[in-house]
Structures are given as structure tokens and as C-alpha cells.
Design a protein around this ligand. Sequence first.
Ligand SMILES: *[C@@H]1O[C@H](CO)[C@@H](O)[C@H](O)[C@H]1NC(C)=O
Ligand SMILES: *[C@@H]1O[C@H](CO)[C@@H](O)[C@H](O)[C@H]1NC(C)=O
Ligand SMILES: *[C@@H]1O[C@H](CO)[C@@H](O)[C@H](O)[C@H]1NC(C)=O
Ligand SMILES: *[C@@H]1O[C@H](CO)[C@@H](O)[C@H](O)[C@H]1NC(C)=O
Length: 208
Amino acid sequence: MSRRHRCCACSFCVFYNIVLCFLLSLLIFWLIFLPKEPKLLVTNASLTQFDFFTTNNTLFYNLALNITIRNPNRRVGIYYNRIEAIANYRKNRFAMVTLTSTPFYQGHKNTTTLQQVLVEGQQVVVFGEHDISKFNSETAAGFYSIDVQLAVKVRVRFGKFKTDYYTPSRNINCKLKVPLSLKQTSADGFETTKCGNVNIFSDPDSAG
Ligand SMILES: *[C@@H]1O[C@H](CO)[C@@H](O)[C@H](O)[C@H]1NC(C)=O
Ligand SMILES: *[C@@H]1O[C@H](CO)[C@@H](O)[C@H](O)[C@H]1NC(C)=O
Ligand SMILES: *[C@@H]1O[C@H](CO)[C@@H](O)[C@H](O)[C@H]1NC(C)=O
Ligand SMILES: *[C@@H]1O[C@H](CO)[C@@H](O)[C@H](O)[C@H]1NC(C)=O
């Protein structure tokens, strides 16, 4: 082999070792911390108002939510800088509120209860015929199918190491059946609902 070729082979070897080392340390890091996604539950939800006026396409809403967040990890802590709730009815976004007045840290195996969250106001929405007939049948039943998405901005602590703040690329999704509280009896109240699509560790895509 010429000198030049040997050198190339050698630098390839060095490169290969660096990659191998990197992958191995990533694996060890993962095995030590084994991060599990936090568990989010909506423990109660009720509507005191959910009125739609066809004359001006305006939805008046007053939604109360109780949310708990549990960090199931033993060695991983999570800083919540911001949590935003986006409420949708029939894929129409009607409200967006910030739930975190102050950022908080959630230590190992800890559960945080967000103070009862109020989402209230009015919003012009575009409902098609199907949406209106669904709205009417749900009004008759006394329950509304409301999707609440939670957009979080977090930073994660692994032992002494902290990541920067980031926003997972997909929102957490809570598919709720919310009773209209005027019609609510103890028999058909709200059932605790687990939120899905939690991707704090598996999809930390966008920076910010
Ligand atoms: C949920 O909230 C409604 C309205 O505030 C209340 O009437 C109901 O008792 C609550 N349900 C539970 C399980 O706390
Ligand atoms: C829409 O119509 C309702 C009922 O007529 C009225 O109470 C409300 O003020 C109207 N909203 C707007 C934004 O004009
Ligand atoms: C959970 O967090 C709260 C507030 O930061 C703290 O007072 C409490 O001791 C923590 N509990 C556990 C089990 O770490
Ligand atoms: C919801 O939050 C309110 C106010 O903080 C509290 O009184 C109520 O007991 C909570 N309900 C549940 C089911 O956690």
C-alpha cells in the first residue's frame, strides 16, 4: 500500500472507532436513565356553557379542566417552562390558553396537579352542516367531544446534565367527553381520561 492509502485506511479506522464509541455511550446513557414519558390525566372536566349561535357563527364556551402530570422516572427530572392548552371541537380550534403562570420543575416520581384550569370566552368558528348536526345531537345527550391538545416547552435533567428548552414536534392529545354541568348527575359525570401522543423523549424535534 502506498503511504497515502495507508493513511486513508488509518483515518477511516479512527473515524469508525469514534462512531462506535459515540453509539456505545449513547446506549449506556439510555440504559442508565431509561426515560419514560410523563403520564398526563384529565381528572375532571365540565362545561358550564357551550352555546353556538348560527346567526353570527359564534361559540360561547366555559370549560373547566383538572389536569395532573406524573413524572414516572427515577433518574430524570423535567422542567416545564410553558404548557398551552388548545381546545378543539370538530377540528375547529376555539380556544388557546396558557396553563403555566410560572415555570416549574418536576422531580423524580412526582405528580403535579395544575390548578383547575378555566378556558372561557367566545370564538367565531366555521361549522359545516355535519358539525352543526353533531353539535345538536351532543347537546341533546349533554356531552361534547372536545379534543384538548397540550403544547409544552420543556427541558430535561439527566443527573447533572440539563438539555436546553425545546418543544416536542407533536402536541399531547386529550380526547375528552365533557358533560354540560347543568345536565350532569353523579351517574354520568366525567371519566378520568389519559392523554396520548406524549413525545417528550421520543420526538424532541423542534428547538425553541
Ligand atoms: C367535576 O366537576 C364538576 C363541576 O365542577 C363537579 O360537579 C363534579 O363533582 C366533579 N367531579 C369530580 C369527580 O370531582
Ligand atoms: C352573536 O349572537 C348572540 C346571540 O344573538 C349574541 O348574544 C352575541 O353577542 C353575538 N356575538 C357577536 C360577537 O356579535
Ligand atoms: C414533589 O414536588 C413537590 C414540590 O416541588 C415537593 O414539595 C415534594 O417533596 C416532591 N415529592 C417527591 C416525592 O419528590
Ligand atoms: C378539580 O379542581 C378543583 C379546584 O382546584 C378541586 O376543588 C376539585 O376537587 C378537583 N377535582 C378533581 C376530580 O380533582
